[in-house]
Design a protein around this ligand. Sequence first.
Ligand SMILES: [Zn+2]
Length: 192
Amino acid sequence: MSFRTGFVRDLSAPNGYSALVLNADYRPLSYYPLSLWSWQDAIKAAYLNRVDVVYEYDRLIRSPSISIRAPSVVALRTYVRPVDLAAFTRFNLFLRDEFTCQYCGGRGELTFDHVVPRARGGKTEWSNVVAACATCNLRKGAKTLEEAEMSLGRMPRQPTSEELRNAGRRFPPNYLHETWLDFLYWDVELES
Ligand SMILES: [Zn+2]
């Protein structure tokens, strides 16, 4: 159960004319994965009056029959209540732990550690799994915290989707179109 954290940077490779999708309150529908639609879906939704087009790409998309500007940011007209509980996935667990070993605070290649070892009845759930570097994971092995004489920076628990959204803001995907930035960050640097 280990995988590289480097893939964060590949999460949203430049994807021709994707539209950032905002909720009706102009906050992104989701950060992880970042809510993006294909330009075809965005145009269809705009045509059906389900979204307002907030920004468009400068370049035209041309085909033999049409020539259009793809939306770069769209906002839903009807507010969608975000799901309150974050899904228990490997990615979300790393996100909760901010891609940091919960024992030593190290980064780099991370694994998962069962705080109460599985052999001792520890379950694979939010409250018992933490991100751990390979060194700490090896050191802890199948021992309890006391036996391993190790401690956690904070006790693991189920995050709310709001907490994950906030954590996601600190780990943005690599590719962000300029018109998305206003909606993703409060403190984005403004180009002069
Ligand atoms: Zn560690």
